[in-house]
Write a protein of this length. Structure first.
Lengths: 412, 234
């Protein structure tokens, strides 16, 4: 027979507060541990989220369509025709948030002072803005005004390298489909900044129609970039688009296009679990110690309960309920503290002091905590499951006492 | 058939090079409804015998049966069930669970037995009134005197209506009045419900209440006599 649940709860609750100082210290440790698990994970998530978003906006899009050989040789000879009716019906469906056809070819840019290799993007500015280009990133001049814009927009770092300035003329040179040199003079109409210096140094925006004309590509494009609604799960959108494009095209999600970012996402999931388990391991020593002390202090009482007819399994049950109560209280406080901290810091934490290091990882200099419910659930599950597993040792020890020894009834 | 049958019980303890005889070939037959005192000096084996009968301690050899069931062959869970349903214990000290009130302590065994809350409350109120603790039901052990704590322990031991009550020096910390009151309860329980009561004691005053007096020395039964004029026999 076992004690009813209500009786076990009463006994456990009162036992918990017999030594309230010890219980409070343990509660504080669990609270801080749970807070660290949730809050630090949200910061890491925020950092990775930022890196992924930055990466996706640089691609851009969650899914891209290319000609089969384009990625190994991104020249204009591996281009695509404009989307047909079947593809357009998918691109204009609610599953797609935005899309745009772009020219993206390697090119050489020359100023009066210097020359540089760059990636030339022939874009429709409306589509580019819909894909995520932020007008606030324009720090001088303006962005392109149309596909037939005859000016170009370059990165601030590239401007420095070319030793040129807004309004000055530069020459862009690339290959046409017959591998002949195609070139044209452009005036710099805008300068942009980017989170990543490498992007500022290598990207040049120009009007799509102008570049198509320069390269003699007709209405062909290098890629179609498509933005879905959730970057975390681009699979369904990719499959839908794959079904709509004719053979000889490559449809890839950002996870396949940028293996660094997708690996980072996967590593992050594993890291979160490791991080939580490591924090818990530190906590577990305190938890075991607290419960062990509680058991040692109650040896005679445990002996009495055994003598009165409580089975060893009921003793284990009672100690585990006591541990569970301690864990639940700590979880409650830790969760509330973490949520409050995340709410308080939702405007972001400025870490510009270490921005260079962060930039090397592709992260921005302001960190935003991002709370994901699975992380919250994982932290709580880790504490409860591992907490109970850890508590089994003191509970088992308590159940092993022989009543006669525990009662200290003497041996004669 | 005897309520308790002990045959050739042996329990030895090693202390350094010396072997201490806790129980040395003890055999006893105890009828249902007996009121027995175990007497003898410290170290004579009284507590060891009580612990063995109650399934709290194991034996080196010998057999113990309660109502025909071999106690010495039972496993931990079965022993727990035996103690829960058939035996009431009163120990010399540390009898109560400190975090429970007097009423909760009395109800503890009934709770484990699965007795319904209403019946538990009714039985605990009645027994606490009988042992003179009316109005103290909600006090924790620390708020009760030694005598009051012992009375709560007795109430707990008998409230679940066991067949056998084992009491180890139950009056050791009590004044004369409390001792008298406690023994009267044991005797009343014994007389009204034919509960077998086995008390280990040094106290001559307690021995006056027993129908049968068993004296022990060095783990052996040295005397086993019936007392005709036991107190409270009625």
């Amino acid at each position: 027979m076992a004690l009813p649940v209500t009786a076990v709860m009463t006994l456990s609750w009162r036992n918990l507060w017999r030594n309230y100082r010890r219980t409070l210290i343990m509660l504080l440790a669990i609270t801080v541990g749970v807070w660290a698990m949730i809050f630090m994970t949200s910061l890491l998530r925020g950092m990775v989220d930022n890196m992924v978003r930055t990466g996706i906006s640089a691609l851009p899009g969650h899914v891209q369509i290319h000609a089969l050989d384009y990625r190994s040789d991104p020249s204009i000879s591996h281009s695509l025709p404009a989307p047909d009716a079947a593809l357009l019906s998918v691109l204009n469906s609610p599953q797609v948030a935005a899309w745009s056809g772009r020219i993206k070819v390697p090119a050489m840019i020359s100023s009066e002072q210097d020359s540089r290799g760059v990636v030339l993007l022939g874009v429709d500015p409306v589509g580019e803005l819909a894909l995520g280009f932020d007008l606030d990133d324009i720090i001088e001049g303006r962005f392109l005004e149309g596909s037939d814009e005859r000016g170009i927009v370059v990165g601030a770092k590239l401007m420095q390298r070319l030793e040129t300035r807004l309004g000055k003329r530069v020459v862009l040179m690339s290959q046409d489909p017959d591998n002949a040199i195609a070139d044209r003079g452009f005036r710099v109409v805008g300068v942009f900044k980017a989170d990543l210096e490498s992007r500022e140094e290598s990207i040049v925006y120009a009007g799509r129609d102008v570049i198509q004309a320069m390269l003699g590509a007709g209405t062909d494009i290098s890629e179609i970039a498509i933005l879905g609604h959730d970057y975390r799960s681009p699979g369904a959108l990719t499959d839908t688009i794959r079904r709509a494009v004719p053979a000889g095209r490559e449809v890839l999600s950002w996870l396949e296009l940028d293996s660094y970012l997708s690996t980072m996402m996967k590593v992050m999931d594993g890291f979160v679990l490791v991080w939580m388990v490591v924090i818990f391991l530190a906590l577990s020593f305190g938890l075991v110690n607290t419960l062990m002390m509680a058991v040692f202090e109650r040896v005679r009482e445990i002996g009495l309960m055994r003598a009165l007819g409580m089975r060893p399994s009921s003793i284990v049950y009672q100690i585990l309920v006591e541990s569970l109560m301690l864990l639940m209280l700590g979880l409650l406080a830790g969760n509330l503290l973490a949520l409050a901290t995340i709410f308080w810091l939702q405007e972001g934490i400025d870490v510009s002091a270490v921005s260079e290091g962060l930039e090397m990882m592709g992260a921005a200099s302001v960190m935003y905590p991002v709370l994901e419910w699975p992380d919250l659930i994982l932290a709580n599950a880790v504490v409860i499951v591992l907490g109970l597993v850890t508590s089994l040792l003191p509970a088992w020890r308590a159940a092993q006492y022989r009543p006669v020894d525990a009662l200290g009834a003497g041996w004669i | 058939m005897s309520a308790i049958s002990c045959t050739d019980l042996c329990k030895y303890y090693q202390q350094g090079d010396a072997v201490i005889k806790g129980l040395d070939h003890v055999s006893l037959e105890i009828e249902q409804g007996s009121f027995i005192c175990l007497s003898g000096p410290s170290g004579s084996g009284k507590t060891t015998l009580l612990n063995a009968i109650g399934g709290l301690d194991s034996l080196d050899s010998g057999e113990i049966s309660i109502d025909g069931e071999r106690v010495d062959l039972l496993g931990k869970a079965a022993l727990a069930d035996l103690r829960l349903h058939r035996i009431g214990f009163v120990f010399q000290a540390y009898n109560l669970i400190p975090v429970l009130s007097a009423r909760e302590n009395v109800e503890f065994v009934m709770q484990v037995q699965g007795v319904a809350a209403a019946e538990r409350q009714q039985r605990s109120s009645k027994i606490l009134q009988e042992v003179g603790l009316e109005g103290m039901e909600d006090r924790r052990p620390a708020q009760l005197s030694g005598g009051q704590q012992q009375r709560v322990a007795v109430a707990r031991a008998i409230v679940s209506r066991p067949r056998l009550v084992l009491a180890d020096e139950p009056t050791a910390n009590l004044d004369s009045d409390s001792m008298e009151s406690l023994m009267r309860h044991f005797r009343e329980l014994n007389r009204a419900h034919k509960v077998t009561v086995l008390i280990a004691t040094h106290d001559q005053r307690v021995m006056q209440w027993a129908d049968r007096l068993i004296s022990m020395e060095d783990g052996r039964v040295v005397e086993d006599v019936l007392q005709d004029g036991a107190k409270g026999r009625g």
